[in-house]
Design a protein around this ligand. Structure first.
Ligand SMILES: [Zn+2]
Length: 191
């Protein structure tokens, strides 16, 4: 069952509209999370930008297990910094960045990074509600409901709509389900 409070989805749609306006984008335009991060003063690094990461850990993160992590947010002197796995596809990076930016926008406490004596990074996690909120906001930021409905109603196929927004087909499908847009279109067809 969803933990989201009533009205949260609508709040997210309004936020997505507001950020597009602030960035000078059309309401249905794709939103590059990197632009939004820069607007919000959030830095984005790759593992290679992190000073003092031991070469063995860097190899572990980028070569041995590149798919074991996507992004992490850390807080340094009140500034949020996202470290993104640049081995991921552009679409996956967009999703990960939007997710991390959402945690920041929502004021969730950034995950703490501890470096153990053996040089391993240990991360504290966000709680379930915070994860659900971040997923909802990030999905809405990159694929707003109105735009999704409009493109699908015009008959564009999923691959094309996913490419427009710069997301994976899985993220697009998740948005179609979560927004109820799929159902709405099916009802229209049968009306
Ligand atoms: Zn998260």
């Amino acid at each position: 069952m969803s933990l989201l409070r009533r009205g949260f989805k609508t709040w997210c749609e309004n936020a997505a509209r507001g950020y597009r306006r602030e960035l000078g984008l059309e309401p249905f335009a794709p939103l590059d999370p990197r632009l939004l991060a820069s607007k919000l003063g959030v830095k984005i690094w790759t593992p290679h930008d992190v000073p003092g990461v031991p070469p063995a850990s860097l190899r572990q993160l980028t070569k041995t297990e590149p798919s074991s992590w996507s992004a992490v947010t850390i807080c340094v002197a009140d500034k949020s910094l996202i470290i993104i796995n640049d081995q991921d596809s552009r679409e996956r990076q967009n999703n990960s960045l939007a997710h991390e930016i959402s945690h920041i926008v929502l004021g969730h406490k950034a995950a703490q990074v501890f470096v153990s004596s053996t040089g391993q990074m240990l991360l504290s996690e966000y709680d379930r509600l915070q994860e659900e909120e971040a997923n909802c906001l990030s999905g809405t930021l990159i694929v707003p409901r109105d735009a999704l409905l409009s493109f699908l109603a015009q008959g564009h196929d999923h691959a094309r709509v996913a490419a427009h927004f710069g997301v994976t087909k899985e993220v697009l499908q998740m948005r179609i389900n979560l927004t109820g847009v799929g159902k709405q279109l099916a009802n229209r067809r049968h009306a």
